[in-house]
Ligand binder design. Structure first.
Ligand code: PLZ
Length: 462
């Protein structure tokens, strides 16, 4: 069973959160780990699987985070563990560029099969999401012989120098870390909840604004690629207004601009489709993947049109560990799990269940400005009641209350006022329901004084 035999699928609080063992580990952590690496909820995990995380004090917490959308197939999913065990016993590394192995090829075959579009595709594998995005930009530049990269308000693409430059939010991602990479141009995002003329006109008007900005400020024939998350993740789970993505994809096609979909957070069944672009009928030129691809092991990929991917010269792409054999074995196990357990459909069902319950909660609490998302990628945007003014304090309080009750939730958003939920797709229905009840109770408790928690002082706003 996932997480090991007999891991009970239950919420169980034995101590306050975090308990004494976690607090002792937190003290060791604080004495030795750089403070720049933040912590959302300082329980130290011992075991995890299905819909729970079990901590050092034997508390069992419901997981609505999936390690930031990574373990969609569940932690320690059986097929992932079996594949990894077998591979790690045979060989751990050769470097695919030195002496290749089948697992890498098999993952690229799966990426070609599963990503949108039936054109001829090629892939290259890397370690992290940021590395995949960087390589997508390199490839687009090599193909177009152009330099400019267009990105969006609220975008998140990583923390390396180039991807930090593509990322929109100053604190905590960019602040004090410049200078940034040149030839990056930021354009408006179709953010329906905050669009001045209302959500219905958002997609169309925002697309016009973007196209105008590109043609007048950058020059479309200077643009190598446009990089976009089909549903923005860290920026606030923003589902773009209808028609936005498809118009941009058309514009890119007409102007020789490579359309790069960053599906690192949205990919691999998370949104109730293999890839979020499918909801909009968009076929990207390049797709970046990571997170859900490999069930918890570090692996990322760039997949796309063969003629674009092959524009990079021989030896131009690579890295020592990219497409590590153990990570590839994990990916093959994760993909098999998604298919065998019907997790694409299951993500759709999770979305319907969550949206219905959360919209009921919204009716009771004017602090909830919007409930949105697709599949198992659902968020609540919090505002000052009666306004659309972001309310990060309320988001923080609700998150803390959930944590204290044994539910792992995350926040996000440019204004830090969005609660986001990313349950593992294998979460039992009963635990999903219990998690939603905890969220409901947390909203009922809003405004009541919360107990301070150890770790509060190192909690970085996101
Ligand atoms: N693109 C769309 O969501 C990673 C970031 C966590 P890496 N998101 C989680 C944090 O605070 O560092 C992400 C993403 C999208 C790219 C990335 C970057 O992926 O694997 O973290 O490099």
């Amino acid at each position: 069973m996932d997480g090991g035999p007999g891991l009970p699928q239950e919420r169980r609080l034995i101590t306050p959160i975090p308990g004494p063992r976690s607090r002792a580990l937190l003290a060791r952590r604080n004495a030795t780990v750089a403070r720049g690496v933040s912590v959302t909820l300082p329980v130290f995990v011992q075991q995890a699987g299905g819909g729970v995380l079990v901590d050092a004090d034997n508390n069992s917490l419901i997981d609505f985070g999936s390690g930031i959308a990574v373990v969609g197939v569940g932690n320690a999913a059986e097929a992932v563990v079996t594949g990894v065990r077998d591979q790690v016993g045979r060989f751990t590394h050769t470097c695919f560029m030195v002496t290749p192995y089948e697992g890498y090829v098999a993952v690229c075959e799966q990426l070609a099969r599963l990503t949108p579009g039936d054109h001829d595709k090629r892939s290259a594998l890397f370690n992290s999401g940021a590395e995949a995005v960087e390589n997508a930009v390199k490839i687009a530049r090599a193909y177009t012989h152009r330099q400019a990269v267009v990105v969006f308000d609220h975008a998140y693409h990583g923390r390396t120098n180039l991807t930090m430059s593509l990322t929109a939010k100053n604190m905590p991602y960019r602040h004090s870390f410049g200078p940034f990479a040149p030839e990056v141009y930021r354009v408006p995002m179709a953010y329906p909840y905050r669009w001045p003329t209302g959500p219905d006109r958002c997609g169309e008007e925002a697309a016009t604004d973007v196209i105008t900005a590109i043609t007048t400020k950058v020059g479309s024939d200077n643009v190598a690629c446009l990089v976009i998350e089909p549903i923005q993740g860290e920026g606030g789970f923003i589902v773009p207004g209808a028609g936005f993505l498809s118009r941009l994809a058309d514009f890119c096609r007409e102007n020789g601009i490579v359309f790069v979909a960053d599906e690192i957070q949205t990919g691999f069944a998370r949104t109730g489709a293999w890839f979020a672009c499918e909801h909009e009928g968009v076929v990207p030129d390049l797709v970046t993947t990571a997170k859900g691809l490999a069930g918890g092991l570090p692996l990322s990929g760039v997949t796309g049109r063969a003629e674009i991917m092959d524009a990079a010269h021989v030896g131009g792409l690579g890295g020592t560990y990219g497409g590590n054999p153990v990570a590839c074995a994990a990916a093959l196990g994760a993909i098999r799990t998604i298919e065998e357990q019907g997790l694409v459909e299951r993500a759709g069902w999770i979305g319907e269940t969550m949206l219905a319950r959360l919209r009921d909660i919204q009716d009771q609490h004017p602090v909830i400005g919007e409930v949105r998302g697709r599949g198992a990628m659902i968020a609540i945007e919090l505002v000052r009641p009666g306004t659309t003014e972001p309310n990060a304090d309320a988001a923080h309080q609700v998150a803390k209350a959930c944590h204290a009750a044994g539910l792992v939730v995350l926040t996000c958003g440019t204004f830090g006022n969005v609660l986001r939920f990313l349950p593992p797709l294998v979460i039992p229905a009963r635990l999903l329901d219990e998690g939603l009840t905890i969220i409901e109770q947390a909203f009922e408790g809003l405004g009541r004084p919360a107990n301070p928690m150890p770790g509060d002082e190192i909690d970085t706003p996101t």
